[in-house]
Design a protein around this ligand. Structure first.
Ligand code: ADP
Length: 275
């Protein structure tokens, strides 16, 4: 296992002088004190504005931990994290989507988005129009009056994405957002997420265990080692996406090459013993 990040030939990981939207510096995270579970690090990672970074790695390697640290839900045991130059502030600087949609079942679809707008401090008079615009953005126009239990799992996850986008910050964090969905719904949502975020300048960090999802979505993929997670591969994914539908994209030899490279790194990481 290389101790230095393995970067593709011609790759351009952000230089230290480039402005980073998210800067993770020498972070270590251990659960349960010094004698506890070393989950992550040491890890240094700079994520520039507007990138779509996908984190992959073996189960339990610390991917979700890193996402929670960036979200500000937990404090690192050591090292520093900044978002837009500030320490992370939970619920304010990033929209977060989890594997389960975590909606309020007693509210309508629109009511769920409106509650996120309220939490984000949007004036009440703007709630209805903004909620409708967000629902339209995630392909759920006309469903605002329905209850969350009346819509499919894929639609519920779309509502969760609309709620995350309601925070109206340039950072979106997604933790295995499509893992609980069937493969057809998953592929449709992947494509829609790509379109919703493309060209908006939103910085996206997504955790997945799917190598295909990483290649399909990412502008850059980072593979973590077995626990405690460290970077073993930092690979820009620069595919000719314009004008290609998902099947055409997946059929490109460059796509297969990225899959192979990432898949190999993940398998090698999974074979490593944890400490
Ligand atoms: P991943 O997302 O890569 O599957 P996690 O970040 O969820 O990994 O977990 C990394 C390691 O930290 C795992 O061994 C997990 O069991 C442990 N862990 C995660 N959360 C906690 C916690 N709250 N308390 C103790 N150990 C935890």
């Amino acid at each position: 296992m290389p101790s230095v990040p393995d970067t593709a030939p011609g790759a351009r990981p952000p230089a230290p002088s480039e402005p980073a939207h998210v800067a993770v510096h020498n972070v270590i995270h251990t659960y349960g004190g010094a004698a506890g579970v070393p989950a992550l690090g040491p890890l240094t990672l700079r994520i520039p504005d507007g990138g779509f970074l996908v984190l992959v790695g073996p189960s339990g390697c610390g991917k979700s931990t890193l996402l929670r640290l960036i979200a500000g839900f937990e404090q690192p045991t050591d090292g520093t994290i900044t978002v837009a130059g500030q320490p992370p502030r939970p619920g304010r600087q990033a929209g977060v989507v989890f594997q389960q949609p975590r909606l309020f079942p007693w509210r309508t679809v629109r009511g769920n988005v409106e509650s996120a707008l309220r939490y984000a401090g949007v004036p009440r008079a703007e709630h209805r129009d903004r909620a409708e615009a967000l629902l339209q953005r995630v392909g759920l126009a006309q469903t605002g009056d329905r209850r969350t239990w009346e819509i499919s799992g894929g639609q519920q996850q779309r509502v969760a994405i609309a709620r995350a986008l309601a925070v109206d910050t340039p950072l979106l964090l997604l933790d295995e957002p499509f893992a609980a969905l069937d493969s057809l719904t998953r592929e449709r949502l992947q494509e829609d997420l790509r379109q919703v975020t493309a060209g908006t300048g939103t910085t996206v960090v997504l955790v997945t265990h799917s190598v295909d999802e990483a290649v399909f979505l990412a502008s850059r993929t980072v593979v973590l080692s077995a626990r405690p997670g460290r970077i073993v591969l930092d690979l820009p994914i620069d595919l000719p996406r314009a004008g290609r539908d998902p099947d055409e994209l997946r059929g490109l030899p460059e796509y297969a090459a990225c899959r192979k490279r990432i898949g190999h790194a993940v398998r090698a990481a999974a074979a490593q013993p944890t400490t």
